[in-house]
Design a binder for this molecule. Structure first.
Ligand code: FES
Length: 118
């Protein structure tokens, strides 16, 4: 039995595109880890909503159809993220669903780890 996957592309700040198979039901931080996507400092708190290094930027259309709304904790943490946009989410809080096939997300240029003084 193989996990159902959809293809997700991470676009790095230097324009590099990394296309991976994302398992449905995993969050986007799991996807980065499972696929050894090389993103510097990404997911520093391992999905415990204590950093903002898993910040990802979605296209408006994709953002609007994400299955879950950000919770207050996520919004608070996003406020601390580097280069936040109206369509920013924390990757560890976004669960991959079947209708995300072909999703493209941008990885902001910088990370701000909320656990460290800047
Ligand atoms: Fe730290 Fe998502 S990995 S908030």
């Amino acid at each position: 039995w193989k996990k159902e996957t959809v293809s997700v592309t991470f676009v790095c700040s230097d324009g590099t595109k990394l296309k991976v198979d994302a398992a449905v039901g995993d969050n986007l931080l799991d996807v980065v880890i499972d696929n050894d996507v090389d993103l510097d400092g990404f997911g520093a708190c391992e999905g415990t909503l204590a950093c903002s290094t898993c910040h990802l930027v979605f296209d408006k259309a994709d953002y609007d159809r994400l299955p879950s709304e950000p919770c207050d904790e996520e919004l608070d943490m996003l406020d601390l993220a580097y280069g936040i946009t109206d369509t920013s989410r924390l990757g560890c809080q976004v669960i991959v669903s079947k209708d995300m096939e072909g999703l493209v997300v941008s990885v902001p240029a910088g990370v701000a780890d909320a656990r460290e003084p800047s």
